[in-house]
Design a protein around this ligand. Structure first.
Ligand SMILES: Nc1nc2c(c(=O)[nH]1)N[C@H]1C(S)=C(S)[C@@H](COP(=O)(O)O)O[C@H]1N2
Ligand SMILES: [Mo]
Length: 511
């Protein structure tokens, strides 16, 4: 019974925190705050391991882990409270303090008020625990009750009341939060993307290979990889959203609404996005058709000049509504490449997962130094003056994409039939372009693979190799050469601090 009252107290604490968080900051809910703070403090190596082990499920695993720890602690505190009056309740309050501190430490914290959901929740939880424990300790008022008996009826009544009140509080909190998210969904549903002033060049015939198992040239939105630190995806109401541009050398600071951006001349480009956390052969790469504002135009209107033209700021720091900071070299953003403040993805307004209402997309730079989702602030500064989120965690300040190639088919440990086997995949070296791809069987010579027609140097390139496969177990290896003439290095490096290098291999057994 002690354990049960502990779990009930824990439930009350989390439930009461819900409506408080809905009023203060939805991100300040205890489990989210602790999870977020844990992610902030995770060393690069562990984050890497979590992504490798759990992929995009890493956050679900983290939340379930936190809930498991909380449940066990609640059980223990309930038993403790029964033994030592007020000890369990004090423990619940301690958890509240930890949750509150975690919430206040988050980069998107609204301020000290972010501690309130955890603290108020903990006070409610502690009250429920001592109330229930008292019923368990005191004999009932029933006729014939003897010392040592506990107040069954009183306990049941109190427990039921606490459970009902908590469920009510939780429901209220979710309803309040739901209203905010419904506004965001409605604002996205209402978007009509205008036709681009500068449409994407047509994808050449022959840029899309029809080979079973190969990554499609354009990645559908639903299949596009997702990498971010958000435990819950921010749902931003585009009607209320503003983007602020300010900082060093910004002679005309600006605050833009979503409609301000939609009314501008938009450009549309196919651009491949890749993540620095992608292992050799890994899945964190995708190619989409982005619609948005050319960032260099916007910056120039605000008076920004790149360092090569005397501008004082060499770093652009983008901030998101969830407190992410991403720093990019101003020189790269203004060197003529199609750096975008993107609003559309494959003909749709950005999906919430991919940054609605607006995000950055920059050809040639890994996402963590260029592709801020849910952006709300652009600050011009210097690399000396400020380290962005991942740089503080020992990832490189500047990180151009490394030339990479991947075998999509056959899959590792496939058992194809002897004879003609189509080996195929994708290769990327954004903003340099892919010149050629080679395939090697076992320790044989490198053979030229057939690259699909090139779309642009900012997009990946599919390739294929017709292999006359003899029986036995074989290792297939791929490497690409970029337009600068540089062949992908064999040297294997880890993803940290600036992206994995090395050749992708697949072992197959030909039958
Ligand atoms: N707000 C925010 N933006 C972010 C991130 C993030 O964690 N938070 N992750 C970055 C990283 S590491 C990458 S690789 C890209 C991934 O974009 P996608 O999830 O749309 O594929 O988003 C970037 N933008
Ligand atoms: Mo990334």
């Amino acid at each position: 019974m002690g354990a049960l009252s502990g779990v009930l107290a824990g439930f009350s604490a989390l439930a009461v925190a819900e409506p408080v968080a809905a009023l203060v900051n939805p991100q300040a809910r205890p489990v989210l705050a602790v999870g977020g703070a844990a992610i902030d403090r995770t060393p690069a190596a562990v984050k890497d391991w979590a992504i490798r082990e759990f992929g995009t499920d890493d956050k679900l695993v983290l939340r379930l882990g936190i809930l498991a720890v909380l449940t066990l602690s609640a059980l223990a505190l309930g038993i403790l409270e029964l033994r030592f009056r007020r000890s369990g309740a004090a423990g619940v309050l301690l958890f509240g303090v930890v949750g509150g501190a975690a919430a206040v430490s988050r980069p998107d914290a609204a301020g000290p008020v972010d501690a309130l959901p955890s603290l108020v929740g903990a006070v409610a939880g502690a009250a429920v625990l001592s109330l229930l424990a008292r019923r368990l300790r005191s004999p009932g008022a029933d006729h014939g009750s003897r010392p040592g008996d506990w107040d069954r009826r009183g306990f049941l009544l109190a427990a039921t009341a606490a459970a009902a009140a908590s469920a009510g509080a939780g429901a209220l909190g979710r309803a309040l939060r739901g209203a905010g998210s419904r506004d965001a969904v409605a604002s996205r549903d209402a978007v009509v993307l205008p036709a681009p002033a500068s449409p994407a060049p047509a994808i050449p015939k022959g840029a899309r290979l029809r080979i079973p198992g190969i990554s499609p040239f354009t990645t559908p939105n639903d299949d596009f990889y997702r990498v971010d630190t958000a435990l819950t995806v921010p749902r931003v109401n585009a009607t209320a959203w503003r983007l602020r541009i300010h900082g060093e050398g910004v002679t005309r600071p600006a605050t833009l609404s979503y409609d301000d951006l939609l009314r501008r001349d938009l450009i549309e480009r196919d651009i491949t996005l890749t993540c620095v956390s992608n292992e050799v052969g890994g899945p964190y790469a995708g190619n989409a058709r982005w619609l948005g504002v050319r960032l260099s135009d916007l910056l120039a209107e605000c008076g920004v000049a790149p360092p090569s033209r005397g501008g004082p700021a060499d770093q652009l720091v983008a901030r998101s509504v969830d407190g992410m900071t991403i720093g990019s070299p101003v020189e790269d953003l203004m060197d003529g490449r199609d750096a975008l403040l993107a609003l559309g993805m494959n003909g749709r307004p950005l999906p919430f997962d991919h940054g609605f209402p607006a995000r950055m997309v920059v050809p040639g730079l890994y996402g963590y130094v260029s592709a801020c989702k849910w952006i709300e602030d652009i600050e011009l500064t210097t690399f000396d003056a400020y380290d962005a989120y991942w740089v503080k965690r020992d990832w490189a300040r500047e990180a151009p994409v490394k030339t990479q190639s991947r075998i999509d088919t056959p899959k590792p440990f496939a058992r194809p039939k002897a004879g003609l086997v189509m080996v195929a995949g994708v290769a990327w070296a954004q903003h340099r372009g892919i010149d050629g791809v080679e395939v090697r069987v076992d320790d044989g010579p490198w053979r030229r693979a057939r690259p699909a027609a090139e779309d642009s140097r900012d997009t990946w390139r599919q390739w294929s190799y017709a292999w006359q496969a003899p029986k036995g177990t074989h290792t297939l290896t791929v490497r690409a050469t970029d337009r600068t003439g540089e062949t992908q290095t064999e040297r294997r490096t880890r993803t940290a601090p600036d992206g994995a290098s090395g050749w992708h291999s697949v072992v197959v057994t030909v039958e």
